[in-house]
Design a binder for this molecule. Sequence first.
Ligand code: DQA
Length: 160
Amino acid sequence: MAQGTDDTGAAAPETRSPAVLVLHGPNLNMLGVREPGIYGHATLASIDAALATLAGALGLEIECRQSNHEGQLVDWIQSAPPRFAAVLINPAAYTHTSVALRDAIAATGLPTVEVHLSNIHAREAFRHHSHSAAVCVGQIAGFGPESYLLGLRALASRLT
Ligand code: DQA
């Protein structure tokens, strides 16, 4: 059967994989050297590579971006649709401070999963509150790099 047609020869609807935008917030570019006792030794590049492998297995496209700047993250969330169908985000320290990120996630309405390497609920009190979690599908925290992979699986089950 020719690609792009069904078995009657009629044009089939385009079957593009849903795309997920992966966003890493401030200081996550320093993973591997940053407080390894808390965040481990995995680098951001190794996390992105593991996500890309899993995305392929789940039939998803992904694009991974990192920024230390709140406004840049807001711009990326705002412009995610229509190209991206969902967002996987580790807002890092902005989790606990940023109403702007929370509002951007709410504004797009895209299914979003918040992830953290560390268990923020078992750390300092100022890390216990997340501004963004309430506008996300859910939050996964405490599993190291596996938090991202669990988050991607959660989004895949929403999208496919
Ligand atoms: C983090 C937890 C945040 O409290 C912290 O500010 C980070 C990383 C995590 O992945 O465990 O930068 O989001």
